[in-house]
Structure formats: structure tokens, C-alpha cells
Design a protein around this ligand. Structure first.
Ligand code: C5P
Length: 234
């Protein structure tokens, strides 16, 4: 899936964090020619189901289904295959599900589907790891899981802008790195604490940027996309 010829437009993923299909589709219709990939996460998928994936895909856009799968290998493999049949192009799995689960997921994915591994959620702290009996420091756990993902054959990783440079350096050029927590220079931080601007994330080695509210909550979402694309390309 890696292609050095990707344009800014190819690299932008807009997060459709909406409660209903109607709200999500209203935004997609406004952005129709300017966005090529949308992220559908747990909230929208739980509310609207496979129909929202099909409806967005019918506009010609690619779908990143962010379900962060984590279950027994057989169940995850079946869910990966089902997402492939739905026409999804990117799907997340928790790397902490372990090597057997990841290998089952990798084997079950069709060629058009990229599996992206989640390391340690950025909401997790050292205390969170302690609570679940993980004794490593967060940074070591991120690296350990990222390396497990690469060894298991996942196509890419979700990474915070803080870690993208290190993961690119350690894991090489081939792995796809997808980075949320990005804020254009003109946008509000919202609840993002350790964000970077689009250009910095790309320069540090990100392949794709996930951006939600600076676009979805903008008074003119189409103009916001154009400004983000200019900043990415600039
Ligand atoms: O609105 P905003 O640009 O903050 O949205 C970013 C998207 O990326 C949301 O869907 C959020 O859940 C997701 N995300 C994130 N930080 C992470 C992982 C995922 O912001 N560490």
C-alpha cells in the first residue's frame, strides 16, 4: 500500500465522529470532491452499522474502519474478512491481542485491506499499564508492540505525533504510519494535548494524517480541508 507518489489529498483522513448516519453523510456530501478517505469509528459504526460504510463508500471514498479489534484469533479473523467484504480499505486491531491474533488477522485480510495496529492508547498513562500488570514504561511498551506488529505482518501502525519519528526510524520505510492528534496551525487544540502541525507529522515520517474537529466542526468544512491540504503540501 505504500506509494511515495501520494499527494496531500491522498494522505488526509477525515474522522467522521458523528452520532448519526444523517450527520455523517451531510458532511461527506459537502466534502465529496476534496477528501479521499474517511475514518468511521466505534460511535458511528455502533449507531449506523455497515450501512454507513456502504453509503460513504458509494461516494467513491475509501474507508478506514477504526474498530480496534481485540478478541480470540478466530473471531478477529472472521471480523477482518467481514470488513474486507464490506469494502473497507483500512482496519485497526489492538497489537496487545498478541502474535497469534495478529497472524490470524493478517492471514484473513484480503489484498485491498490494510491492517493497522494500535500500540498503547494515548489516553493510557503509566498508572493504566500498572493497573493491568504491564511493568514496562509506556515508551518501551509502544516499541515492543510496534515491533510485534511488524513481525506479525501488519501493514501499518497508528501512532501519536510524538512517536512517529522514532517508529519510522526503528521500523523502516515500508511500514505505513497513520497519525491522529494533528492540528493545523490555525485550529483550536480541542482536547488534544500533545499535537503537532500537519507538516511536522509528515516530516517526521507519517504517511497519513487523521483530522476530525478542525474540519468537521468548522463553519466551512470545505474551506478547512483546503487549508489543511495547503498546509500539508506547503
Ligand atoms: O477531532 P480530532 O482531530 O481530535 O479527531 C481525531 C480522531 O483520531 C478521533 O477519531 C480520535 O478518536 C482519534 N484518535 C486520537 N488520538 C489517538 C487515537 C485516535 O485523536 N491517540
Amino acid at each position: 500500500m505504500k506509494s511515495p507518489a501520494l499527494t496531500a489529498r491522498d494522505r488526509l483522513i477525515v474522522a467522521l465522529d458523528f452520532p448519526t448516519q444523517a450527520k455523517a453523510l451531510a458532511l461527506v456530501s459537502v466534502l465529496s470532491d476534496s477528501v479521499s478517505i474517511y475514518k468511521i469509528g466505534l460511535q458511528l459504526y455502533t449507531a449506523a452499522g455497515p450501512a454507513i460504510v456502504q453509503a460513504v463508500a458509494a461516494t467513491g471514498a475509501k474507508i478506514f474502519l477504526d474498530l480496534k479489534l481485540h478478541d480470540i484469533p478466530n473471531t478477529v479473523a472472521k471480523a477482518v474478512a467481514a470488513a474486507g467484504e464490506l469494502g473497507v480499505q483500512m482496519l485497526t486491531v489492538h497489537l496487545s491481542g498478541g502474535g497469534a491474533m495478529l497472524k490470524a488477522a493478517v492471514e484473513a485480510r484480503p489484498p485491498h485491506l490494510s491492517l493497522l495496529g494500535v500500540t498503547v492508547l494515548t489516553s493510557a498513562t503509566q498508572e493504566t499499564l500498572d493497573e493491568i500488570g504491564v511493568t514496562s514504561v509506556v515508551a518501551d511498551q509502544v516499541l515492543r508492540l510496534a515491533e510485534l506488529g511488524k513481525k506479525s505482518g501488519v501493514d501499518g501502525l497508528i501512532t501519536s505525533p510524538r512517536e512517529v519519528g522514532l517508529l519510522r526510524e526503528r521500523l523502516g520505510a515500508e511500514i505505513t504510519l497513520v497519525t491522529p492528534g494533528v492540528r493545523p496551525s490555525w485550529a483550536a487544540a480541542d482536547d488534544q494535548k500533545r499535537f503537532t502541525i500537519p507538516r511536522e507529522a509528515l516530516q517526521a515520517g507519517a504517511d497519513y494524517l487523521v483530522i476530525g474537529r478542525p474540519i468537521t466542526a468548522a463553519p466551512d468544512p470545505r474551506a478547512a480541508v483546503e487549508r489543511v491540504l495547503e498546509e500539508m503540501a506547503g
